[in-house]
Design a protein around this ligand. Sequence first.
Ligand code: KG4
Ligand code: ZN
Length: 347
Amino acid sequence: MQSNARKRELILAVETSCDETSAAVVENGTTILSNVISSQIETHKKFGGVVPEIASRKHVETITRILEEAVREAGVELRDVGAVAVTQGPGLVGSLLVGVIAAKSLAYALGVPLIGVHHIAGHIYANALVQPLEYPLTALVVSGGHTELVQVEREGAFRIIGRTRDDAVGEAYDKVARAMGLPYPGGPHVDKLAQQADEEIELPRAWLEEDSYDFSFSGIKSAVLAQVNQAKMKGDVVNKAGLSLGFQRSAIDVLVTKAMRAVREHGSRQLLLCGGVAANQGLRKALAEACGQAGVPLAVPPLSLCTDNAAMIAAAGYLKWKRGEYAALDMKAEPLFSLEDWSVSEG
Ligand code: KG4
Ligand code: ZN
């Protein structure tokens, strides 16, 4: 007999694509009942970046406890769960595998559908956990592994109109921070220093071709590294705050200008900001100002939903669940997964 709770449309979701082990229970794709996140940052800090082999071992150690906690915190029973969603890719293959295997086992044992989710679709649909989305919309995805402008004409249909040609913006933040001797992950430290700066060391902007929505951050990253090296060679003190502000302004100027052009040219009714770098105060402020001027609503998830978490995977997984688009139990982890191919079927 089916319990009433089963009819509640509960998704149990798992996210292990990088260095966060997370499990969540979400109702109707919008209401978070639990969202448990265990970060490995302390482990990777001493290496100055994520070590894939260590990351997957940590996921193995943590996943069962996190899953149990997510179900307990949600106040539901495992038998109430109607579907299991998991990040299928992109990400570190060894890390993805841990989540995929856990999710498959659960879906099989519970006799419920398995849903493979694209990680970036998750970042975008994190916004659906906060407010209803209106289409067409443009999403600016900024994280440690991605910098993309995604046009979403209708629910679950993704078209990438711009992407980074080299470093992701978060990756550039982390490299710049490392060169200045700041701890990993460096983005929040550079953000903080930029806010404290009383002078800006101006850096160039990488606009690329006039009509391009693509990005490039390796040039400004190299410009910062050159400044740091020069100062060191001369025995000068590195002006970390001034460089942080210069780097941040250069990156933000290009991100905001291109995002606003995309909104204008596509007639978008909303701009969504998502991914770990969406935590950046300078970027939030600049986008809010630009959107205010253009009269376009800006949606930014709260900080806890900007970085990797399983609730966002449930929110995106719900799009497929509604349409009966399930994965087979032989689903593979896809380290280089295409967002456009993951789009839901039309109609
Ligand atoms: O989305 P996320 O948690 O993981 C990936 O999927 O990559 O993003 C992590 C990235 C890191 O590069 C981190 O330095 C950056 O987001 N980040 C920030 C800030 N907070 C996190 N970058 C700039 N300013 C911040 N406040
Ligand atoms: Zn992410």
